[in-house]
Ligand binder design. Structure first.
Ligand code: SAH
Length: 379
C-alpha cells in the first residue's frame, strides 16, 4: 500500500487552492461541480490521482475491504448474468472505479469453478488515478484472467458487457442549485471575506443551461427559500453510455452506492478525512468529497436510455439473497477462531441495517430481453 505523505499533499493542496483562487479572481465564482471536479481529479493535486485513500489507515472504508464475501458474491452474480445472456464469448466485465482492486480479486477467484466463464471473461478496469491503477496491478498480479485498464468508460471494448460499480457514482461531482424565488440559481464557490473559500450563488438555471431545467421548473412550486437541489451530469452521461451499449449487445450493470431512493432537496456534499467529517471548502484535494446518490434520478435516466431497471434494493437484502450466509459459513468452517470472528463481523457489517445494509443500495440495469438478474427476481 502507498504510504501517505501529508506534508507534500498539504503543499499540493495549498498550490491547488492558489490556482483556484487565481481563477476565481480572474473569471469570478466557479460552480460547485467545477470545484468538486478540480478537488477530486486535478492531475497534480486531485484527491484520487495523488493517493490511495481506502482502508483502515486511509480516509474511508468500502464494502470489498470489509469482507471478501462482497466481491465473491458479485463474481458469482456476473457468472449467472453471463449464463442468462446465453454464455457469449468473449464477455467483458468492466469495473468502474476499482479502488484497491479487492472486489475484482475476490470476484476472479470465484470464476475458477466455471472454466468456460473464466476463459471467456476479459476484465477491464476503468480508473483515472495512476496511483490506484498501480495498487490494482499489484492486487491482481496473480489473477488467471485477461485484465486491462482504461481511463474512461468510452474506451471499454464493444460487445456483451457486465458492469460493476461500487461507490463509483458517489465520487462523481454533483451540481447544486439553490432556490431563490422565482428561480433556481447555480450554487458556486468564491473567495470569502476572510480569504478562504465560501459558497455563493451564481446564474439562474436558464442562464447557466442546466440539463434538467424542465424537471427543475416542475419542482418550483412552494419551494422554501434556500432549498438545494442536486443533479449529477457525470452519472447521467455514464447511464446514457450504458444505454447505447445495451442497444448493440447484451448488457447488465450493477451499481451499488449510498444514497436515497427518492429525489430529495438538501445539500448532501460531504468531506471525509481519516474516517471523520471535514469541511468541504478547506484543503482542496486533501479530503474526499462525495454526495448521496439519487437513485430515483438514476432510474429515470436509465429508463430514458432504454434500459430495464431493477431496484434499488438495500445492499443487505441483496447480499442475503445472493447467499451471503452460506458463503460466510463455508469460510468459517476452514478458519481459526480469530479469523472466524473477523469473517462474522465483516459480513454482519455489510448487511446490518444500522451499518451498511440499508444506507447502501443496489440498482441493476440491463438490456431488454434478459431475465431479471440474480437477487432482483422479486422486484
Ligand atoms: N470501488 C472501490 C473504490 C471506491 S472509491 C471500492 O469499493 O473500494 C472511488 C473510485 O473511483 C476510485 O478508484 C477512484 O480513483 C475512481 N474514480 C473516481 N472518479 C473517477 C472517474 N471519473 N473515472 C474513473 N474512475 C474514477
Amino acid at each position: 500500500m502507498m504510504a501517505r505523505a501529508p506534508t507534500s499533499h498539504s503543499l499540493q493542496s495549498t498550490l491547488l487552492a492558489v490556482r483556484l483562487k487565481e481563477r476565481m479572481a480572474r473569471d469570478g465564482p466557479i460552480s460547485v461541480e467545477t470545484y468538486v471536479e478540480a478537488c477530486l481529479t486535478d492531475k497534480d493535486a486531485g484527491y484520487y490521482p495523488s493517493r490511495q485513500p481506502i482502508g483502515a489507515d486511509g480516509d474511508f472504508i468500502t464494502a470489498p475491504e470489509v469482507s471478501q464475501v462482497f466481491g465473491e458474491l458479485l463474481g458469482l452474480w456476473a457468472i449467472a448474468v453471463w449464463q442468462s445472456m446465453g454464455t457469449p464469448s468473449p464477455i467483458t466485465i468492466a469495473e468502474l472505479g476499482p479502488g484497491r482492486g479487492t472486489l475484482m480479486a475476490d470476484a476472479i477467484r470465484t470464476w475458477r469453478k466455471v472454466p468456460d466463464f473464466q476463459k471467456s471473461a476479459r476484465v477491464v478496469l476503468v480508473e483515472t488515478s495512476p496511483v490506484l491503477r498501480e495498487v490494482q496491478q499489484i492486487a491482481l498480479s496473480g489473477a488467471e484472467t485477461d485484465i486491462s485498464w482504461c481511463e474512461r468508460f468510452d474506451a471499454v471494448p464493444e460487445g456483451p458487457l457486465i458492469v460493476l460499480a461500487n461507490e463509483f457514482i458517489d465520487a462523481l461531482p454533483v451540481r447544486q442549485f439553490v432556490w431563490r424565488a422565482p428561480a433556481w440559481r447555480e450554487r458556486c464557490v468564491s473567495i470569502g471575506a476572510r480569504g478562504g473559500f465560501a459558497f455563493c450563488e451564481g446564474k439562474t438555471v436558464l442562464e447557466a443551461g442546466a440539463p434538467d431545467a424542465d424537471k427543475m421548473r416542475e419542482m418550483m412550486r412552494d419551494m422554501p427559500d434556500g432549498a438545494i437541489l442536486e443533479i449529477r451530469p457525470a452519472a447521467d452521461a455514464h447511464v446514457a453510455a450504458f444505454g447505447a451499449r445495451a442497444l448493440a449487445a447484451p448488457f447488465a450493470g450493477l451499481i451499488i452506492d449510498y444514497g436515497h431512493e427518492e429525489t430529495a432537496l438538501g445539500d448532501t456534499l460531504q468531506a471525509v478525512s481519516q474516517h471523520a467529517f471535514a469541511d468541504p471548502l478547506k484543503a482542496p484535494g486533501e479530503v474526499d468529497l462525495t454526495a448521496h446518490v439519487d437513485f430515483a434520478a438514476l432510474k429515470d435516466t436509465s429508463r430514458a436510455h432504454g434500459l430495464v431497471v431493477y431496484g434499488p434494493k438495500p445492499q443487505g437484502a441483496l447480499l442475503l439473497t445472493l447467499g451471503l450466509e452460506a458463503r460466510r459459513d463455508r469460510l468459517c468452517e476452514n478458519a481459526g477462531e480469530d479469523q472466524r470472528q473477523d469473517i462474522v463481523s465483516g459480513t454482519n457489517r455489510l448487511v446490518d441495517p444500522s451499518a451498511m445494509g440499508l444506507l447502501f443500495k443496489a440498482l441493476a440495469v440491463t438490456s431488454k430481453g434478459l431475465a431479471p438478474p440474480p437477487g432482483f427476481e422479486d422486484i
